[in-house]
Design a protein around this ligand. Structure first.
Ligand code: Q9C
Ligand code: ZN
Length: 693
């Protein structure tokens, strides 16, 4: 199941014919720059290429009024002064004689992508289009948008393919007010948008972009607005918004299809957004959505005006769609105070509508606040001092000042420096040649492993294996020693970047001892931060130093406890919803804060996780660690788990958890207690701005 890339060169034809600084940034070079970079990276070649078709008028009428479509059709015959006069009737729009054709191709591209995904031709895909769509309304062009590509695609998916629930994720930095208006009263479309807002001072200056616009009528609760009130936000803020707002609601909604309004003006360097998120952040956002809707994701380009940043960000999104592991995020993963305030407010606004966040209880302010338009910020406007680089990051390269920095002055030279620095620094990340390796005592044809999983035959040198084995009587036995040697070799290959991830079937009596050796040998070989997640009552070895190089997370303990900030225990949740809230409010925030260079997941004989839960845990833990996950499972679980874990480790979407069920009050309480103890150290756990009001 592959990835589609939908495009048509004719979409570069429309351009601005007069002087208008506001509209000049939406230019044909945007598509050319993206395509050139996709080719250079060999990504276009890995996709199923589809040439965009024009949408029919009937398809345009799924969203737009016949009068408006006729008006746009008429622009084909206008001369430049007439085009200019018509454009002036709308906000931030220009028409060109080719606009009608381009805009119909843009809609057609989105429709073709949805058709390819919903007929099972591909798993997911990306449509590269101009003009963008999310500001366009039933009878109005707006903000460079002529027809609402994504809104039409959503209606088409429901009408033609019988899809019942569509999630629209609008990560463009502007509010897609057009999309919001179209689906305002429709509970079959969950619309999520974050956007630069600055208390209403940023375009399009709408009261209805704030958190308290939640939809109307039957659609109440199905519009989710996350306004950003400060520029300079970045990776930690965006990931926190997904973990603490979007993903809980999205899993509860349980969409059958995801459409991404994929604008990249929310990325670093963009003159409109003035944000700091780096291109690999979009790979993480894409990955976080992949467990939903069986991975049926259609990304449709919206904005993005810094050509280099745009091209890099599109590459990252496409790589994630293709299933490649995402490079770890740069930066210290501490959300800004202002972002936390926004997150807190949108959670409060939506708590009445969604069990997944209601259950968790709200922070200090349980009531949605009144309008903040024109209100002054509560949070100081201070930037966070960055930490050192991630151990998996490419060597640092001094980043010049970027647009958005207060000291940035736009000159030819600074723009060039920005471009080349982004090109050098942001991902030249070569992926290991082997994605998944399996350590099995004997090769087992009944396991139904995908053909590209490498069966680990080589072993660490006998002497080294013996030395480690001497620590534990349980490793003396032949079988245990054999798998230990192979596992040590696998860990070595992962360090050498020859293999991304793996799993090992360990004879039951040797599991604890093998884990102990895996941890110690990794530390001895220079692992700086090792995250160990155990699925049962497997405690941290007593004599392991609590020095911050390991973070031990025990899922399935007797009771919730925090022996240290690097050792956290919690009982197995009682419901599917409880498991999800563990993942989004504890496991992933800890993992993203800790920034491990290796993750060990241990599933012993009593791990208590259902196969889809184990698969989801393993799928999502790949994000914070650049794919370097090793699963140790007890041999008897192998028949049930090996196939499904091998698939998620190679980038397939995990199986569905089944219908949503609310977390139990006990689980919610346990989580809340842990979060209160841990959030001073692990900043990604925060769901509210620090109290000081
Ligand atoms: N100084 C898209 O990104 N200009 N449209 C705002 C603020 C309009 C953006 C002016 C920006 C439209 C799809
Ligand atoms: Zn935009």
């Amino acid at each position: 199941m592959g990835t589609a890339l939908v495009y048509h060169e004719a979409m570069t034809a429309a351009r601005l014919l007069w002087d208008d600084p506001e509209c000049a940034i939406e230019r044909p070079e945007r598509l050319a720059a993206v395509l050139e970079r996709l080719r250079e990276r060999g990504l276009e070649q890995r996709c199923l290429g589809l040439q965009a078709r024009e949408a029919s008028e009937a398809e345009l009428h799924l969203v737009h009024s016949p009068e408006y479509v006729a008006l746009v059709r008429g622009t084909q015959a206008l001369d430049t002064p007439e085009l200019r006069a018509l454009s002036a009737k709308f906000d931030a729009v220009y028409f060109h004689p080719a606009t009608f054709h381009c805009a119909r191709l843009a809609v057609g591209a989105a429709l073709q992508l949805v058709d390819a995904v919903l007929t099972g031709t591909v798993r997911n895909g990306l449509a590269l289009v101009r003009p963008p769509g999310h500001h366009s309304q039933r009878a109005a062009a707006n903000g460079f948008c002529v027809f609402n590509n994504v809104a039409i695609a959503a209606r088409h998916a429901m009408q033609t393919h019988g899809v019942r629930r569509v999630l629209i994720v609008d990560w463009d930095i502007h509010h897609g007010q057009g999309t919001q208006y179209i689906f305002e009263d429709d509970p079959s479309v969950l619309y999520f948008s974050w956007h630069r807002y600055e208390f209403g001072r940023f375009w399009p200056h709408l009261r209805e972009s704030d958190v308290d616009s939640v939809g109307r009528g039957l659609g109440r609760g199905f519009t989710v607005n996350l306004p950003w009130n400060q520029v300079g936000l970045g990776n930690a803020d965006y990931v926190a918004a997904f973990l603490h707002v979007l993903l809980p609601l999205a899993f509860e909604f349980n969409p059958e299809l995801i459409l991404i309004s994929a604008g990249f003006d929310s990325a670093i360097g963009d003159p409109e957004g003035q944000m700091q998120a780096t291109p690999e952040c979009f790979a993480h956002l894409t990955q976080l959505l992949q467990p939903l809707a069986r991975g049926r994701i259609c990304a449709v380009l919206e904005g993005g005006y810094h050509l280099e940043s745009l091209a890099q960000s599109v590459c990252m999104t496409l790589q994630a769609l293709l299933g490649d592991p995402a490079p770890p995020l740069s930066g210290n993963m501490e959300p800004h105070c202002s972002a936390l305030e926004s997150i807190e407010r949108v959670r409060a606004s939506h708590a009445p509508h969604w069990a997944s966040i209601q259950a968790e209880g709200q922070g200090a302010s349980a009531q949605p606040e009144d309008s903040v338009v024109g209100r002054e910020p509560n949070c100081p406007l201070e930037p966070i001092a960055p930490l050192g680089p991630h151990p998996c990051s490419p060597p640092p390269n001094p980043l010049p000042l970027l647009p958005g920095d207060p000291e940035f002055k736009e000159t030819e030279a600074s723009t060039e420096a920005t471009l080349s620095s982004l090109r050098n620094q942001l991902h030249f990340h070569l992926l290991p040649p082997v994605r998944v390796a399996a350590v099995l005592a004997v090769s087992d044809a009944t396991l139904d492993l995908p053909p590209d999983v490498l069966c680990q035959e080589d072993s660490a040198p006998a002497e080294e294996t013996q030395t480690w084995a001497r620590r534990h009587a349980a490793l003396a036995q032949d079988m245990a020693l054999g798998t230990l040697g192979k596992l040590l070799c696998l860990l070595d290959w992962i360090r050498a970047e020859q293999v991304s991830s793996g799993f090992a079937a360990i004879p039951g009596p040797a599991l604890v001892a093998t884990l102990d050796v895996a941890v110690r040998s990794s530390l001895a070989h220079g692992s700086q931060r090792l995250l160990c997640v155990t699925g049962e009552q497997l405690d941290r070895p007593l004599d392991l130093a609590d020095d911050g190089r390991t973070l031990w997370l025990q899922l399935g303990a007797e009771e919730a406890a925090v022996p240290s900030m690097f050792h956290v225990s919690i009982p197995m949740p009682e419901t599917a919803g409880g498991f999800l809230s563990y993942l989004f409010t504890l496991v992933l925030p800890l993992a993203y804060s800790f920034r491990p260079d290796l993750v060990l997941v241990v599933l012993g004989p009593a791990h208590g996780l259902q196969a889809p839960q184990a698969a989801l845990l393993v799928a999502l833990l790949q994000g914070p660690v650049g794919g370097r996950v090793v699963v140790l499972m007890e041999e008897v679980s192998t028949a049930q788990l090996a196939g499904v874990l091998a698939r998620v480790l190679r980038g397939d979407s995990p199986p569905s958890l089944g219908p949503f069920s609310a977390p139990s009050p006990e689980d919610t309480q346990a989580l809340k207690g842990l979060r209160q103890q841990l959030e001073p150290q692990w900043k990604m756990l925060q769901v509210a701005a620090p109290v000081k009001r």
